[in-house]
Ligand binder design. Structure first.
Ligand code: ZN
Length: 389
């Protein structure tokens, strides 16, 4: 017997979609969840992000003592892009005649977050948890820097967690390892002068061009591949500099995006960038700054644990299929949440929605998939904890 009907379950998702938490306003989602949890006697804690009045994480817990399982999802969504391309109002959950629920965040990942929240309520009300703790962690800022997850990690919410489930859209395969990401800003500073008297200034563009050239050259020698995650990637994606055609530019910058793997991780990239900086500065009077401003580690686990096995066997059963157990090129909050965990840690990314639906126009999740995930989580979490020694 479930506590919440299908209609009530869809209404909760619909309410959450209507909160336009596009890279902000997670606090509104947190307040919504707080009210929902409190109605069912579940205690919550809101953790505000420093210096951010509209951004916060929410933590809720049921049960007590060990073992502790963490379940997590992010409350932010990405921008809708060009709204004219949408056939549905992105912030009004709309069902089509094929049973798909459309809306920004329907897949990535308010359906996963809502399913976890509702499963907590179901487990609490049904009294099915015999031992251990389920800690629900809703995060802010996942789509940009994972600063919400970084705060939870810093505050110790992961210290006693033995298994972590992230409900990112991955209904077609259970993910236990994924790439990291990194964004680096490289700034070259010079001195402006009139272009007829360049000797009075220092051109900031030239050393930056050298930097990019040397970097690409050096990186082309990297020959590393992981069986699971493939190769790391590095791309210069934005370049800007100068402000007037007859002025020597005092400033130039380039942004780089990397996808990292354990064998060529974020530290290796940072070291590579710093070695190129040293080289360019030795060759000239350049003033280069290397600033890694997004830094999310790859997540690597062996994928050999009871939690993953149980998730797969229930997934197979609920959806009548043989689920793939796999890796992902996407990054999740696990990059921060699992910072101190080793490769034996039990990590599972498994949630409603097709991975390919993330960030799409007319984003959707199948209603029956969303509803089934609530039942699946409501069984998975207590069953795992009750059977743990
Ligand atoms: Zn996501």
């Amino acid at each position: 017997m479930s506590v919440l009907s299908s209609d009530e379950r869809v209404k909760i998702l619909s309410d959450m979609i209507e909160i336009q938490s596009v890279n902000e306003k997670e606090l509104d989602v947190a307040h919504y969840l707080e009210k929902l949890f409190n109605k069912h006697g579940i205690q919550t804690q809101i953790e505000q992000l420093e210096g951010e009045s509209t951004r916060a994480n929410l933590v809720a817990e049921i049960g007590n003592g060990k073992p502790v399982i963490g379940v997590s999802g992010h409350m932010d969504v990405v921008t809708t892009g060009d709204d004219s391309l949408w056939n549905y109002d992105p912030f009004k959950l709309t069902e089509d005649d094929q049973g798909r629920l459309h809306g920004r965040g329907s897949a990535d990942m308010k359906s996963g977050l809502a399913a976890l929240a509702i499963s907590l309520i179901e487990i609490k009300e049904a009294g099915t948890l015999e031992q251990g703790t389920i800690r629900f962690m809703a995060t802010a800022g996942e789509e940009i820097t994972s600063n919400g997850a970084a705060l939870l990690h810093k505050k110790g919410y992961m210290d006693d967690v033995e298994a972590l489930l992230i409900a990112e859209p991955s209904q077609d395969g259970i993910v236990y390892t994924h790439k990291g990401t990194m964004d680096i800003q490289v700034v070259s500073k010079g001195k402006s002068s009139h272009s007829s008297m360049p000797e009075l200034g220092y051109n900031a563009i030239n050393p930056l061009v050298d930097f990019i050239h040397y970097l690409n050259n050096e990186y082309s020698k990297v020959d590393i591949k992981s069986d699971l995650l493939g190769t790391p990637t590095m791309n210069s994606t934005i370049i800007t500099g100068g402000d007037q055609v007859n002025s020597i530019p005092a400033y130039a910058e380039s942004l780089f995006n990397m996808r990292t793997i354990p064998d060529y991780d974020n530290n290796k990239f940072e070291n590579l960038f710093n070695s190129i900086k040293d080289r360019v500065e030795q060759e000239s009077n350049a003033d280069i700054t290397v600033n890694p401003y997004v830094n999310r580690d790859p997540v690597y686990t062996k994928g050999d644990n009871e939690f993953l096995k149980l998730a797969k066997s229930l997934g197979d059963e609920y959806f009548d299929r043989d689920l793939e157990v796999t890796s992902s090129t996407a990054t999740t909050d696990a990059s921060y949440l699992m910072k101190d965990k080793d490769d034996n840690f039990s990590f599972v990314m498994y949630g409603p929605g097709e991975t390919g639906q993330a960030h799409q126009v007319d984003e959707y999740v199948y209603k029956h998939t969303y509803l089934k995930f609530i039942d699946l989580y409501s069984q998975l979490l207590p069953q795992y904890l009750n059977n743990a020694n």
